[in-house]
Each structure stands twice: as C-alpha cells, then as structure tokens.
Design a protein around this ligand. Sequence first.
Ligand code: FAD
Ligand code: SF4
Length: 512
Amino acid sequence: MDRDFDVIIIGSGAGGGTLAHALSTTGKKILIIERGDYLPREKANWDPGAVFIENRYHTHEKWYDKDGKGFTPGMNYYVGGNTKVYGAALLRLRKTDFEEVKHYGGTSPAWPLSYEDFQPYYLKAEELYTVHGTRGEDPTEPPESEPYYYPAVSHEPHIQKLSDSIEQMKIKTFHLPMAIRLNEQDREKSKCIRCDTCDGFPCLVHAKSDAHIACILPALQSGNVTLLTNAKAMRLIPNDSGKIIEQVEIEKDGKKIRLKASTFIVSCGAVNSAALMLRSKHDKHPNGLANQNDMVGRHYMFHNNSAMIAVSTEYNPTIFQKTMAINDYYHGADDSDLPLGHIQLLGKVKKQMLAADAPVFAPGLALDYLANHCMGWWLTSEDLPLPENRVTLNENGDISLQYTANNLEAHERLLKKLKSILKNLGGHTHFFPNKLYLSQHIPLAGCAHQAGTLRFGQDPRNSVLDLDCKAHGIDNLYVVDASFMPAVGAVNPSLTIIANALRVADILKSRI
Ligand SMILES: Cc1cc2nc3c(=O)[nH]c(=O)nc-3n(C[C@H](O)[C@H](O)[C@H](O)COP(=O)(O)OP(=O)(O)OC[C@H]3O[C@@H](n4cnc5c(N)ncnc54)[C@H](O)[C@@H]3O)c2cc1C
Ligand code: SF4
C-alpha cells in the first residue's frame, strides 16, 4: 500500500465516516484507518440473545474506573463505529443547548458557536442519513423552515393510541426523527422491513442509515478513498517543532506501520480520541498532543440515561416501537424552572434484554409475559462538563475513566414525570392498569453517548480545539467525533456529530 496520503482519517464512525464522505469528491487521496473490521452480516445480527446476552458485537477490552476497577465498555469497534448498532434516533440539539443554561447541578456552558451556525449542516445531515420526521410537532424543536426530506415513521396502532391518550393530558408527543430507509408508501421498494430488532442491533439488510451504509460505502466508490480495517492508531508523530503531524503509527496484524499525510483527522470516539492524544507524547508535547493546558480528556460527559420498562396487563403487539417522543420537560415543568430532559420510546423489548438484567427486572414474573406486555422508554437528562470527569491513561497505558455523576435531580424528576403520565393514562384508555415500573440508570460502561473530552473553544486555556475543530497550536490536526462538544444537551448526540463533521469538511475543502 502507498504510504502517503493527502488526508488520513482515524475512525470510521459518525464523525469520521461522515467527513470521509464529504471529502470523497475533492479528488484528494484519503485514507481511513479503522481499528475494527466490517461487522459480519449473519443471522446473529438479529438474535437478541447473541446481541444482548453474549454481547457478540461488543469489544472485550477493559477500561478502569476512578477506583481502578476494570469494566468492559459497551463499545462497538467496526466500520461505521457505534452507529452500526445505534437506535438511529437523530435529533438536533435545541437552540438553547448552544447557550448557557442553569441546571439543578450547576450551569452548562454556552457553545462558542450558535444554533444558526449549525442549522444548514443539520439539514444536510438529515438528508445524508435519510432522517424521517415531521417538523412542527416537537414543541422545543429549533427553527427550520425546510421540511424533512422523508416522512415520519408512522406509529403502529398501539403507539398511536398511547400518543392520543398522552395528548389528551395536554402533553405533546411527536414522531421521533429516525434514520432508517423505510418506504411506507411502497413497501416493495423499501429497504427497511420494519422489524422488531433495530434499536441496539446491527441491521442485517443494511437498511439503517449508519455511517457505514450512508457514508463509507459511497465514499469508497469515489475511487479517492482507501479503507484500512483492523488497523489501530497507536500514536501521532509530529515534526521537530511539534506544530505539524507528519505520521501516524498503527498496529496491524501485530506489526507497527507508519503512514504519512498532509492533514490528519482524529475521530475515534470521545474516549479513544483523548487516549490517542495522550499516548502521542513528544518532546514538544510531553503531556500528550495539544495538552499544554491539561485539557485533553477532561469534561467527559455521557448523559444521565435510564431505560425504563412499563409493564401493563394489556398485550403490546407493536413491532417497530421507536416512533414517539416527548420533550415537554426539556426546558422545565409546571413544578420546575430548570430543565429535566427528553423522553423517547425504546425499540421493542425482547425477553433476552430483560434476562440480561434479570435481578433488576422483577425476577418473580415470567420474562415472556413481561416482554409481551411491556413498553420500553429511554430517558435522557443533561450531565455537566466537569473538569474532574476525565479520561486518563493508567500506568499500563490502559484507559481510565474517572466520572462522578451530577445533575441527578433533573433525572429523578424526569423519571417521576414519566411515571405520572403512565399512571394517569389508565383513566383515559385503560393503558397500564396494575402498572409495574422498572427502571435502570445506565452505568459507566454504558458510554454510548460519550462526549466532550477535546472540546472546542476560542481560548486554548480551557479548550483543546479551535472553532474549526483544529487542535490549538498544531497546524494540520483536526477532530470530528463527539469529543468536540462543550456541552451535550439532552437529546441523542449523533446528528450533532454528523452536522459538525459536515461543517468541518467545508472548512477543510479550502485547506487540503
Ligand atoms: C446501543 C447504542 C444505541 C445508540 N443509539 C443512538 C441513537 O438512537 N441516536 C444517536 O444519536 N446516538 C445513538 N448512539 C450513540 C452514537 O452511536 C454515538 O454518539 C456515535 O456513534 C459517536 O460517533 P463518533 O464519531 O464520536 O464515534 P464512533 O461512532 O464510536 O466512531 C469511532 C470509530 O473509531 C474507531 N476507533 C477507535 N479507536 C481507534 C484507533 N485507535 N484507531 C483506529 N480506529 C479507532 C472505532 O472502532 C469506531 O469505528 C447509540 C450508541 C449505542 C452503542
Ligand atoms: S427496522 Fe429496518 S433499519 Fe431497523 S433493523 Fe429492521 S430492517 Fe433494519
């Protein structure tokens, strides 16, 4: 393989995959380095036991918590990164998420750019990832005059009934924007078969718009892009002045190889990108690249997330369930001036998912019964970017993730709101009589929404990247994964990562 490229992109997930696609038409020679392989296409893709009990697609590597205790992170290292198994709910941050916001646990900082700076890229991102939605339903959605390119995914009857009942309580529901290739008008032509194994599963028929399908495959067809799989970037090597990255050292098939490029893009996910920067020590960067102010790895966030299962005596026949969400508590509530967060339906809950948490999820009830009579909800509240919540490397060079939870009151209140909605539903539709609520706060290993370790900003004293997502003090090093985010809001992060990668691609087109 030729070892010289115009651009080397490290990581092929939401950020790196999108950037590769956007640059693939520039005529420049681009190499993508991905530590994982293609995710195998096999029947197990849709087997809940394989996916949720055997954790077939998770990494086996160990990270360490603040007490030095090892854990296996829920990370998926494949072409397409974590988007291979994501739920494909692609929402924009709210306009206020770009501003300073007071929370129960403190203040979330303003971004150095506004929603308006991101707006055109959100629109492009929604087109690229075939997001299906309806504007005007979500009371908190940020301004956008253009409609979605694809119509919202319809509710199945059970969910429509639920939505109608919630609306009768004067609570607004909306169709969750979904990145799937579903054609409900012409099912024969639809790539998506609207199945019950989507959220958390890979898509066996390649109908989910993940970074692999939406970006990497078309980018490879351009002829300008090369993809190197099973190749882990170990460190970036600058020139003597420390201002220009000259090479990346990778490990492939047990061998170390060095590759050269004019421009380097890091996009390994917020934790691994910070680790790569920390591993890349050099005379001019003794604490790791761009770490002169000890900012690399700090301000780690991953949301306060809970999965909640509401069990009813009524059978739930829904197949594709992830179609509805509620944002009425995003900015506050009747009894709260401060934000609580976002609520969305989970995909279909399978008994194997409950079995994986059997001691938590009411062992007395038969799992089959539970799975057939329950509805899964996903609740997200913002966590704040605290400097002490950080990624470091331990003495063996392994990843250490030090995190103390914060802003939990918002999340507790949000959980209570959902429980109260479900309790009150009984009066209208006899949904959820004899309800049983089981909720589980997502632990440190559930780092799906990781963000914030290399945040962008104007001041190098408290940020790692400048507003173009270029590392402060290094001329040719950019970062486009979730690590650039200075605050994470309370909606799923991927659309913002994708929009930012498109924004950085526009900047790079005149520089590479
Ligand atoms: C089960 C699950 C459900 C989710 N559902 C949603 C959802 O519904 N909506 C949403 O918005 N988000 C969702 N997410 C989160 C979403 O997947 C992430 O926010 C997004 O993928 C992050 O993008 P990224 O570019 O930062 O990193 P990733 O997508 O994780 O990409 C990083 C890539 O870098 C590679 N890599 C890492 N280290 C190296 C190295 N040293 N050398 C070479 N390559 C490397 C990895 O293998 C990976 O391919 C979900 C995640 C999970 C796990
Ligand atoms: S619902 Fe559609 S996109 Fe999701 S896994 Fe099934 S076929 Fe794939």
